[in-house]
Design a protein around this ligand. Sequence first.
Ligand code: SF4
Length: 412
Amino acid sequence: MARQTGFIRPRRNSRQIMVGNVPVGGGAPVTVQSMTTTKTSDVEGTLSQIYALYGAGADIVRCTCNDADAAQGLARIVPRSPVPIVADIHFHYEMALAALEAGVACLRLNPGNLRKPEEIKLVASEARDRGVPIRIGVNAGSLHPDLYKKYGGAVPEALVESALYELSLFGEVDFHDVKISVKASNVPLMIESYRMLAEATDVPLHLGVTEAGPPPAGLIKSSVGIGTLLAEGIGDTIRYSLTADPVEEAKAGRQLLEALGLRERRGLDLIACPSCGRTEIDVISVASQVQSAMEKMNLPIQVAVMGCVVNGPGEAREADLGIAAGRRKGHLFIKGKIVRVVPEDAMVEELISEAQKLVKEGVEARLAAADEHAAREAELDRAALLEIKGADANDSEARVNLIRRRLGEDKA
Ligand code: SF4
């Protein structure tokens, strides 16, 4: 449990929703979010960034779903992601339906951009039937023109009205699995909008200062806006929107929560894949063996436990050290490069021994000490697994075909 200092206000009572396996609101730990900057159709590049964000402290990651290629990319990314994926939808309700088909854990809709009530209700009905939550993501910069005119500008009342109107449309189709954000780049406007919203509803709130810009100004604006609200007990999940590598967003979010005593400080940074149709080992059991053995050693490194050698070393290439299973062997890798192949029952022990050497000798020395045949052996194991399980062990292609059919039908 994180250490509550007692100097910040008790958390606001909000209802709880589940974004995949991550609870948001209802007293759950405040979560960190970030967003990928890759093209979502670039599956490997996006997954590599998702792993880097996960390693840096992100609990939930958002990817844009702006076209059919992105939706199909999501179908391939979702089963291999270590964190729940939120699809960001802007103008096209068809993309929301396609993202649901891809299996995402949450949608983000911008009421300023997706405006037709019948389309919004159709998306909400589909999300309701699938048990997928939606974030109503109001943004001061893209406020609905009618509200802008009514209030003479983007004021807190206008942002809150936009969110509550969308919420009422969801209510009409009996959909209540919602979180809301009312972001603005103007920090006082953002703070006041959230305060007002927190009074008006018990829906969990996603905090952020939008378009905060590059560090250090972006960090300062975000920390002041998000930090002020968290200290008042408002907010269930947060995102720093920086003009920077998104890993910086995840790190900053995590550090802010730790500074406020809302999340625990981390020692050894153990990351593990969620496992999927390709898994070759019991990832949960191996990860917990590694965790209990390494926790006490206090080694300042990031270690990855990955379920397969087909994708594991690539997905976790940002980790200092990792192990990927396959064909009853453990494939040890450093910064994504295979350095040794060991029997499966010895892989935890080998991983721990390599971790100690890595901390003592450094990355370059350990890469130089790699077994020269290891990479070739791993490549053969990878090829054999692809032969056995095929290229689509997660049935992603079936989902992609559904998306294609759905977009083909709906595009009339
Ligand atoms: S089993 Fe392999 S493909 Fe599946 S999530 Fe783990 S590393 Fe990725």
